[in-house]
Design a protein around this ligand. Structure first.
Ligand code: FBP
Ligand code: MG
Ligand code: MG
Length: 323
């Protein structure tokens, strides 16, 4: 089986970027090791602080953030770093060619129940006419990403990665190497599984409520087929399932609550996942617009996220009156 290092070479990724990807992956192995030891490594529970978005940080949010930040700021290739757990952009090496954004620990509410959690990351080229600590470094459309990936800390630790070509899947071996276990992920265009936090139904737009009720009506309803439902509570686990066996994942706008733009963040959650999904033949939209076409307005901007099987995303769009 092929190592990720060798695959990056075969994919003709530039040596600088390959080195940078390996830096992220090396940090992820340190996180994976702590996750595996759990309570024994003292990583469970809450930290006594909130992040800029007013969320109480878990210990592992802070630990994973520190591990990634330290590794990236030591890299000669990194000009800027942005993270869910950092209020502002952190300046790296002024000569670095790339900027990196990440959600150090996705699925925080799963940490203490030994559920699926992960790290989501994205890489862009640095913007030359902006300072290293400027948010302008990240004011780029998702289409400009040169690499997107996540590491899922599940029963096995897996890496989904694209550097502009296919989305590939690697599995972390006991000797600490990520080995290629699926060369090309492909999401079937049709599906019979949806993933959404149904407890929010009353907060959604009437069109979104009607679309979900159509799925629930199953083969007796207008859709004429039964749908199963799964909700991990961790985007990384829910999107992983869509990449592995198809389906549609939705975190729509909660028009009746404070999450009127949805919950997920454009820069370090929606965009990397959208790139992985598109490279696997799926679709990823906020509504009429593809996620990857949104021009970010601020670092921690939230957007609705609807992604997965192409025909099912289209069915959502037509239910919403966009198609
Ligand atoms: O609380 P809900 O509605 O189940 O939200 C779950 C969503 O929130 C998130 O946990 C947010 O990410 P963080 O854990 O990184 O804050 C997503 O992974 C997940 O899809
Ligand atoms: Mg997250
Ligand atoms: Mg997080």
């Amino acid at each position: 089986m092929q190592s990720v290092e060798l695959q990056l070479t075969q994919d003709q990724v530039s040596p600088d970027m390959a080195e940078l990807v390996l830096t992220v992956l090396s940090a992820s192995k340190t996180i994976a090791h702590k996750v595996r030891r759990g309570a024994l490594a003292g990583v469970l529970g809450s930290a006594a602080q909130q992040n800029v978005q007013g969320e109480t940080q878990k210990n592992l949010d802070v630990i994973a953030n520190d591990i990634l930040k330290e590794a990236l700021l030591a890299s000669p290739h990194v000009r800027s770093v942005a993270s869910e757990e950092e209020d502002n952009v952190v300046a790296g090496n002024a000569q670095g060619g790339y900027v990196v954004a990440f959600d150090p620990l996705d699925g925080s509410s799963n940490i203490d129940i030994n559920g699926q959690i992960g790290t989501i990351f994205t890489i862009y080229r640095a913007v030359d006419d902006a300072a290293a600590d400027s948010p302008a470094q990240f004011a780029q459309q998702g289409r400009a990403q040169v690499c997107a990936g996540y590491v899922l800390y599940g029963p096995s630790t897996q890496l989904a990665l694209t550097t502009g070509g296919p989305s590939r899947l690697y599995t972390l071996d006991t000797d600490g190497e990520y080995l290629l276990t699926q060369a090309e992920l492909a999401i079937a265009v049709d599906c019979q599984e949806f993933s959404i936090n149904l407890s929010n139904l009353r907060h959604w737009a009437p069109t979104t409520q009607a679309y979900i009720q159509g799925l629930q009506a199953g083969k007796d309803g207008a859709r004429g087929k039964d749908f199963n439902m799964r909700w991990n509570g961790a985007m990384v686990g829910d999107v992983h399932r869509v990449l592995m066996r198809g389906g549609i994942f939705l975190y729509p706008a909660n028009t009746q609550s404070k999450l009127h733009n949805g919950k997920l963040r454009l820069l370090y959650e929606a965009n990397p996942m959208a790139m992985l999904v598109e490279k696997a033949g799926g679709k990823a939209v906020i509504g009429a617009q593809a996620i990857l076409d949104v021009l970010p307005e601020n670092l921690h901007q939230r957007v609705p996220v609807i992604l997965g099987a192409a025909n099912e995303v289209d069915a959502f769009l037509s239910a919403e009156g966009y198609a």
